[in-house]
Design a protein around this ligand. Structure first.
Ligand SMILES: *[C@@H]1O[C@H](CO)[C@@H](O)[C@H](O)[C@H]1NC(C)=O
Length: 355
C-alpha cells in the first residue's frame, strides 16, 4: 500500500529525489523531501492510560485499581487535540471486571467505570486498545495450563466483544505480558479467545496477540511468534491479528530514569526482519523511559526504527499516563496541556515530526 502511495507521489511530483528513492528499499534511507518524510511514519501512536489495572501482580494476584476516571478523559482529549495522537491503550485487571468471580458476568459498577474511559477514548476518534492486564494468570494459575480454563477466559472475551461489537475502533488486546508458560499451549488459549470474540459479533476489529517472557521484543520471533503463527481468524486470514510486544531501555524492565540502549540492533531489528519475512504486522504497545537526556536519545531512536519500518510496525504506545503522577519515573501524564519532555520529544514528537 505504501509503495503505491510512493508511486503516486512520484508520478505527481516527478522530482528526481523521489524517483531516486523509489529505486531504493523503502526503509532505512534518509528522506529527500518533507512529503516523503511524512510517509515514513507509523499509522498510529499514543499513550497508555493506566489505572484500572493498578494492583495487578505478575502472578495474577490483584490489589486496588485506581481508574483515571477524571484525568484519563482530559488527558486523551489533550493528546488527541494538541499532539494529534490516535492510539490509546486502556489496561484493566480481569478480577475487577468480574468482581473476583472466575467465569462470572461483567460486574456493572466496575465495568461502567471502565467503559466510561473507553467511551472517552472513542470520542477522540482514536483507536482504543482494551488491554486485559493479567500476565496470562488468575491468582497464580496460568490460563489453559492448570489455572482458569480456556472457556473461562473465552467467556470474559465473549462478554467484552458483545459490549463493543459495534465499535470498530476498539482493539482487543487479549492479554498483557504472558510469561513462564508453554507457548504452543498458550496459542490454543489465544485461538479460543479469538473465536469467542468473533462469535459474539465483533467481526471486524483488530486483535492483538502477545507472547511470553513478558511480551519482550527481544526474542519474540523465536520465543513467541512461531507458536502464534498458527492462530487464525475463522476465514483463515491473519491480517487483523496483530502481534504486540513491549520494550524498555533502562536495563531494569522500565523502572529507572536513565536509558542504556535504544533496543534497535539486537532486539527490534531482528523482529522487524522476521515480521517482513512472514508478512505480519505488530505494534509496540509499551515503551518509555525517564525524562532524561539518555532516554530522549534512545527512545527517539527506537521509535525512528518503527517509523522507517512502517510496513510491518503499525504503531507505538508510550507507558504511561492515566493515574500516574510526577513521582513515577516513567510518567507521561501531562500537567494540564504541558507534556513531559519525553512525550514532547519522542512519543508525540516522532509521530508529528517523523522519522
Ligand atoms: C527511579 O529511578 C532512579 C534513578 O534511575 C532509581 O534510583 C530509583 O530506584 C527509581 N525508582 C523506582 C521506584 O524504581
Amino acid at each position: 500500500m505504501k509503495d503505491s502511495h510512493l508511486a503516486l507521489v512520484s508520478l505527481l511530483a516527478g522530482s528526481a529525489p523521489i524517483c531516486q528513492a523509489l529505486s531504493m528499499p523503502h526503509w532505512g534511507s534518509e528522506p529527500d523531501t518533507r512529503l516523503e518524510k511524512r510517509l515514513q511514519r507509523v499509522a498510529y501512536a499514543g499513550i497508555n492510560i493506566a489505572g484500572c489495572d493498578f494492583g495487578m501482580q505478575t502472578n495474577g494476584d490483584s490489589g486496588t485499581p485506581d481508574c483515571p476516571s477524571s484525568v484519563g478523559p482530559t488527558q486523551m482529549q489533550h493528546f488527541a487535540t494538541n499532539d494529534h495522537l490516535n492510539l490509546f491503550r486502556l489496561p484493566v485487571g480481569w478480577p475487577y471486571l468480574v468482581n473476583y468471580e472466575l467465569g462470572g458476568p461483567l460486574y456493572e459498577p466496575f465495568f461502567s467505570t471502565y467503559d466510561a474511559l473507553m467511551q472517552a477514548c472513542l470520542a477522540t476518534g482514536a483507536l482504543c486498545i482494551l488491554d486485559v492486564h493479567n500476565y496470562a494468570r488468575w491468582y497464580g494459575g496460568i490460563i489453559g495450563q492448570g489455572g482458569p480454563t480456556n472457556d473461562q477466559f473465552g467467556n470474559l472475551w465473549a462478554q467484552l466483544a458483545q459490549k463493543y461489537a459495534s465499535q470498530k475502533n476498539v482493539v482487543f488486546g487479549l492479554m498483557n505480558e504472558p510469561h513462564d508458560l508453554v507457548m504452543t499451549t498458550w496459542a490454543a488459549t489465544v485461538q479460543n479467545a479469538i473465536y469467542a470474540i468473533r462469535d459474539n459479533g465483533a467481526t471486524t476489529q483488530m486483535i492483538l496477540l502477545s507472547g511470553t517472557n513478558y511480551d519482550a521484543v527481544g526474542g519474540f520471533q523465536t520465543n513467541s511468534a512461531p507458536a502464534l503463527s498458527s492462530v487464525v481468524d475463522y476465514d483463515g486470514t491473519q491480517n487483523k491479528l496483530i502481534y504486540e510486544a513491549h520494550q524498555y531501555l533502562d536495563g531494569d524492565g522500565g523502572a529507572l530514569t536513565e536509558c542504556i540502549t535504544n533496543g534497535v540492533t539486537n532486539q527490534l531489528a531482528p523482529l522487524t526482519t522476521y515480521l517482513r519475512s512472514v508478512g505480519r504486522q505488530a505494534m509496540l504497545t509499551e515503551t518509555g523511559g525517564g525524562n532524561t537526556a539518555s532516554c530522549f536519545t534512545d527512545v527517539c531512536a527506537e521509535l525512528s526504527h518503527l517509523n522507517w519500518n512502517n510496513d510491518v510496525w503499525l504503531g507505538w504506545v508510550g507507558w504511561a499516563a492515566g493515574s500516574f503522577d510526577s513521582s513515577y519515573n516513567l510518567t507521561e501524564s501531562p500537567n494540564g496541556n504541558v507534556d513531559t519532555a519525553l512525550v514532547t520529544d519522542c512519543i508525540a514528537g516522532k509521530f508529528n515530526n517523523p522519522p
